[in-house]
Design a protein around this ligand. Sequence first.
Ligand code: S3P
Length: 166
Amino acid sequence: MRNIILVGPMGAGKSTIGRLLAKELHLPFKDSDKVIEQRTGASIPLIFDVEGEQGFREREHAVIADLCQAGGLVLATGGGAVLREDNRAALKAGGRIIYLRTSVEQQLARTARDRNRPLLQTADPRQKLTELMALRDPLYRSIADIIIETDERPPRNVVVQILERL
Ligand code: S3P
């Protein structure tokens, strides 16, 4: 069985929705950031600190390649997983891709007190999220089989929408 893969920006709810979806489908749930942390024993902020974003992206690539091959998983990916062409190809080959679309306003509300996202430790997170969205939205769309709007919808409601469209 192929994987069900959630893509989308920080604060889209990929982990929360992925966990609920996996429960409904009786499938294991994996979160690529959590797998990176388990493999290294280090937090995402520490990896960014020590190895830079480039080092993190290498680790992310290795994890995505492995998880996409596994099959039968619900997989939540980091917001930047779509940046690399080789990742996009692995994701596309690895399963059904669901893009959880979210506005920058919602992203800000959901990530406001979060210290675990190095890219948002900046003076102007709104500006950063806007730039990231402009760059990445076309990439999410380019590989998505299903696009789901998550604004103004509780996670359980989003899960029902996904189940209807799988
Ligand atoms: C990132 C998103 C994060 C994490 C890392 C980089 C990004 O994952 O992979 O901080 O580039 O957007 P979430 O989307 O789960 O927050």
